[in-house]
Ligand binder design. Structure first.
Ligand code: SF4
Length: 483
């Protein structure tokens, strides 16, 4: 067997190139493709990963088969600077996978960048993972005690170790055995011996889609990445489905369900791109409905207002739904500078506040003398909202009513979303009236959890644990409970 050929570019400074970022982070996005006829696979993966950039900005990478070898390229940084070289290179291949990664400070580094490419007793394997295993800590301890060696700290490596340790001979059998102990969220793409394998955990926490174009099969976290290659028919990979695509065609088998479907409702509220479909729902359509629901609650409460103003860009779509339902004008009373840096890397609170003021500006012509309904997608610490309410008041707003197109965020996520500690979440300290006082608004309103779930039409099928504490899988005791 030929050695792996894995190229690492010297680490660049990812922060220098990153976009402004919200207080929540997503852990990853994945992409893969198989074509019976050779294509420029890394180039196609570039387009797909570029469309998934919102799911992770810390590192990115691709792996593909070329002349019987696994080639790979990954680095810290955004897709365009790291993988842009593949727009200029012609690399003919039938198979490849790619990854974009987000990480909390200190949890990243090149050793955790993906795809992970290995040579083991099951042959050549490359893996990219979106999600988080809630029992990853325990599995890592057990595997380490049994002699496994890990290169990074991400739990994605666990899957490769479990595959390698399986005594089963066929791909289906060793995948069944390796995946059985996993709890939590995993949407995976693998390259194995000439096949593309796409796997979605039985609860379906994270989205995963497959489409076909020109005889090639494309897999991606969101449909926006499929559309980046061109229009194509697509379908959702079902929870628990293992899809295998190779020269023999495509076929699926299914993992044993551990729980009913638990799709992450936050994908629809905030994380997924609005032009995507996830979990069979249009993301744009879902966000419009969330805004409409908020307007219905305000109508019932008798709120009177003059204009609906979104916090750009996170509140834009819910604000459209609110304004339509309430019969109020929608207007951009807040403008966002696209040249401001990431406020959260500023070392002091004063500097972070100043950075937020540089990023957003109130438009007096829109808000002066008006009763403003200010819409955002969710509330984390409340710091930015306090600044924005202040900006609207400075610009002459008569009243400011803060509306969040999500319930109160109170609990950690163990399935792939980075949420600040419970102490930092403003909804664990204050109720809506207290939050309004703290941010300087005339009132604040959230969307109740039951309203959110019934409005989305799958009241039994979503995870809403960060809002209601109803975690489908708890982490191992002592691992992450303190978050
Ligand atoms: S806890 Fe929240 S962010 Fe995490 S999977 Fe559940 S709904 Fe999504």
């Amino acid at each position: 067997m030929e050695p792996l050929d894995l190229i690492h570019q010297p680490a660049s400074d990812p922060l220098a190139e990153n976009e402004p970022c919200s207080a929540l982070g997503h852990h990853c996005g994945v992409a893969g493709l198989f074509s019976p006829d050779p294509l420029n696979v890394p180039e196609r993966l570039f387009y797909m990963l570029f469309s998934l950039q919102h799911r992770g900005q810390e590192s990115c990478g691709v792996a593909w088969e070329e002349d019987g070898r696994h080639r790979g390229y990954k680095d810290l940084g955004m897709v365009a600077p790291v993988l842009g070289r593949f727009l200029r290179e012609e690399r003919r291949s039938r198979l490849g996978i790619g990854h974009v990664r987000y990480s909390t400070a200190g949890g990243g580094g090149l050793q955790n960048a993906q795809p992970i490419v290995v040579d083991c007793n099951k042959g050549r394997l490359a893996l990219a993972h979106n999600g988080n295993l809630s029992n990853g800590g325990r599995l890592r301890k057990e595997l380490t005690a049994a002699g496994s060696i890990f290169q990074g700290t991400a739990d994605s490596e666990l899957v490769l170790h479990l595959i390698s340790r399986s005594r089963e001979g066929t791909r289906e059998d060793f995948l069944r055995e390796a995946l059985a102990p996993l709890e939590g969220a995993y949407s995976l793409v693998l390259m194995h011996e000439g096949a593309l394998v796409a796997i979605r955990d039985p609860s379906g926490f994270r989205p995963l889609y497959v489409g076909e174009k020109g005889g090639a099969t494309y897999v991606a976290s969101e449909t926006c990445a499929l559309h980046a290659v061109g229009p194509m028919p697509f379908r959702e990979i079902a929870p628990g489905e293992v899809l295998i695509v190779d020269r023999a065609g495509s076929r699926s088998f299914f993992l044993e369900p551990r729980l009913p479907r638990r799709a992450c409702v936050f994908e629809l509220i905030y994380f997924a791109r609005p032009d995507s479909e996830v979990f069979g729902e249009s993301v744009h359509g879902a966000r419009v409905r969330l805004g409409e629901m908020l307007a219905e609650l305000d109508e019932a409460a008798g709120l009177r207002a003059d204009v609906v103003v979104p916090v750009p860009d996170s509140g834009n779509i819910a604000a459209i739904g609110y304004a339509r339902r309430a019969g109020l004008p929608f207007d951009f009373g807040l403008a966002r500078s696209h040249y401001a840096g990431r406020s959260f890397i500023m070392p002091t609170k004063d500097q972070r506040e100043l950075a937020a003021r540089l990023k957003l500006h109130a438009v007096p012509e829109v808000v002066a003398g008006k009763r403003v309904v200010m819409i955002d997608d969710s509330l984390v610490r409340g710091t930015t909202s306090r600044i924005i309410v202040g900006l609207l008041r400075e610009a002459g707003a008569k009243e400011v009513h803060l509306r969040l197109a999500a319930p109160e965020l109170k609990w950690p996520c163990y399935y792939g979303i980075d949420i600040p500690s419970r102490d930092e979440l403003i909804s664990n300290r204050l109720d809506a009236a207290g939050i309004a006082r703290e941010v300087g608004a005339d009132s604040a309103r959230f969307l109740p959890v039951d309203r959110l779930l019934s409005g989305l039409g799958h009241s039994q099928g979503y995870c809403s644990a960060c809002f209601d504490g109803n975690h489908p899988f708890r982490p191992d005791v002592g691992e992450k409970e303190g978050q």
